[in-house]
Design a protein around this ligand. Structure first.
Ligand SMILES: Nc1ncnc2c1ncn2[C@@H]1O[C@H](COP(=O)(O)OP(=O)(O)OP(=O)(O)O)[C@@H](O)[C@H]1O
Length: 549
């Protein structure tokens, strides 16, 4: 139910839409349709002159509706799979212009969060914010021990504003989905739901701090990337204290050059950092816009703002790597097959049709010299095509696509001749080899040993179930006239039972020997290779039997 306050706000949205010449949105969503006559009666409506292009009108509308809508537009701009290119480009230009809140108010919020006066913790606190955005504001400060820090504080009352605006967005999305045939294709409710998740994540600074700490651990001691330290003692859900960093914003290319930094190396490092985060660490910074990246004179990057991070499932990681490798070999059949194998598109998808659609969007990309080919662009086109084949693009893949576009844009701005493929290919091929090679398999088996050992006590029960299933079938077959087919089933089941028992025995023995620990006489005498062999064949035998039963 819409309350009076929301009704008023909807009325305002209606007004803003009309003022910006988006009458068709009102007509399409049935939003206060009758009221449009009011505006048609104002002379201003008829005198407004020629309207700017449609994408510019959408951008203006979102800016007029306030910071939460602006942020929504910024996030929407990354949904290249959903939006036409011109609209996505225009939305990417959205800027939030919110006045900062007072230093006194910031101080009061911090003191309430810490439960003590600021002076107990800080030597100095600058009431003038260093930066102010729609959700939070950043102040510089110095800890008692002399370390320079920044204090990030959430805007007061921001959660309530977000809840109200989200409520309106859901209302609009429902109207669009119900009445607007074109709107349904854009899945407005799903898009707003994703936005809701992202924005609420950003409201928890403790979560952002945890992301920062995790990234910092992954890049500890690296000469390529530095992540500032979080001061956990003074971090709360609405206040985060972090080491202050000094670097040149990555957009100041001239200044970076003047410091003697190798631009080629910088561009390549950007690509390597991205691929390392996605493939080695499976934890990537997913808000890589230039405002969040700085460069030290040594050529090391520094990144900040860890509100949005991404991870992929191990399967998605592999499929992604294979997709990129297959794409650059122009093996479109493989790209299509991978989409079906990974479950990204429904199982019944016609591989040949999908292959041909992928070829159609990919071939023009190869028109360009290799050094100019964009991975991000390829993913955009691929996802747009896959959507026609009912691919549900998962939010994590959208995040990845967006980050890739950012990284490419950045890399080429720093070093226009950057050959992304030559930089990334060896990295990905090495990763695939390590993952699928013997050492990768051994490593993953080692990682799984504990969970397998944990399940070892269940094995006798599982073997018992397999046997009793066999026994049931046997009795069933005896009680009826045993047809030829049933006899074949019997024979298969008895083979399975033998395999299951054999497999389970070998498996249990293998696990026990492994758990005896290194140096034990049994392990030494059996030899690690033999144990591994028994162990793997045990798993194989048991799994194949279990699958057949
Ligand atoms: N550790 C830091 N050291 C120095 N400056 C910082 C640090 N963290 C943030 N800043 C400054 O504050 C600005 C805003 O910080 P941050 O990006 O974390 O906030 P935000 O609210 O998420 O902003 P936006 O939405 O614009 O990304 C940065 O662009 C940077 O100038």
């Amino acid at each position: 139910m819409i309350g009076p306050r929301q009704a008023l706000r909807l009325f305002r949205i209606n007004w803003v839409l009309l003022r910006n010449g988006l009458d068709e949105v009102i007509l399409a969503t049935h939003l206060f349709r009758p009221l449009r006559w009011l505006i048609y009666l104002t002379p201003w409506y008829w005198l407004r002159g020629e309207l700017p292009p449609y994408p510019a009108r959408v951008r203006q509308t979102l800016e007029d509706l306030g910071p939460i809508f602006v942020k929504f537009g910024q996030i929407l701009s990354t949904r290249r799979d959903l939006l036409p290119d011109d609209l996505a480009v225009e939305l990417a230009r959205l800027q939030d212009r919110v006045p900062p809140f007072g230093g006194d108010q910031a101080r009061a919020l911090i003191e309430r969060a810490w439960g003590c006066p600021i002076e107990d913790v800080l030597d100095q606190f600058d009431p003038e914010p260093l930066a102010s955005a729609s959700i939070a504001q950043v102040h510089t400060a110095r800890l008692k021990d002399g370390r320079e820090v920044v204090v990030k504080v959430l805007r007061p009352g921001i959660e309530r504003t977000i809840r109200q605006d989200l409520g309106l967005m859901f209302t609009l999305a429902q109207l669009a989905e119900r009445y607007w045939p074109d709107g349904r294709r854009l899945r407005p409710i799903e898009v707003v739901r994703e936005y809701e998740k992202t924005i609420f994540d950003e409201l928890d600074l403790q979560r952002e701090a945890a992301n920062a700490s995790h990234l910092r651990r992954n890049w500890q001691g690296s000469e390529m990337l530095y992540i500032p330290e979080v001061f956990w003692d003074w971090t709360r859900p609405n206040v985060m204290v972090m080491e202050r960093i000094y670097g040149t914003p990555v957009g100041n290319v001239e200044e970076i050059k003047a410091q003697g930094v190798s631009m080629k190396q910088l561009g390549e490092r950007g690509v390597e950092i991205f691929f390392t985060q996605v493939f080695r660490d499976n934890f990537f910074h997913a808000d890589m816009h230039p405002g969040n990246i700085f460069v030290e004179p040594s050529g090391r990057y520094i990144s900040i703002d860890f509100g949005i991070v991404g991870t992929l499932t191990t399967e998605d990681q592999r499929y992604l790597a294979e997709n990129l490798l297959a794409f650059f070999e122009r093996d479109y059949r493989r790209v299509a097959e991978l989409h079906v194998e990974s479950g990204w598109v429904p199982p019944g998808t016609r591989v040949d049709e999908f292959e041909s659609a992928i070829r159609t969007v990919s071939e023009p990309i190869f028109e360009k010299p290799l050094a100019e080919i964009s991975f991000g662009h390829f993913l955009v086109r691929l996802f747009q095509t896959a959507r026609r084949f009912d691919m549900e693009i998962q939010p994590q893949l959208v995040l990845l696509e967006k980050t890739l576009l950012n990284i490419e844009g950045l890399g080429r701005q720093l070093y226009p001749e950057l050959d992304l493929w030559s930089t990334a290919k060896p990295f990905m091929e090495r990763w695939m080899k390590e993952r699928l090679g013997v050492s990768g398999l051994a490593e993953r088996t080692k990682q799984n040993v504990l969970s397998i050992a944990d399940q070892t006590p269940e094995l006798p029960l599982m073997a018992y179930r397999i046997l009793s299933s066999y026994d049931r079938r046997l009795r069933l077959a005896e009680s009826t006239h045993v047809a030829d087919a049933e006899r074949a089933t019997q024979a298969r089941a008895s083979g399975n039972a033998i395999r299951a028992i054999g497999g389970a025995t070998v498996f249990v023995c293998g696990t026990l020997v492994l758990l005896l620990g290194p140096g034990h006489w049994l392990q030494e005498s059996a030899g690690a290779a033999l144990v591994a062999l028994c162990y793997l064949s045990g798993i194989w035998l048991f799994a194949s039997a279990a699958r057949r039963v």
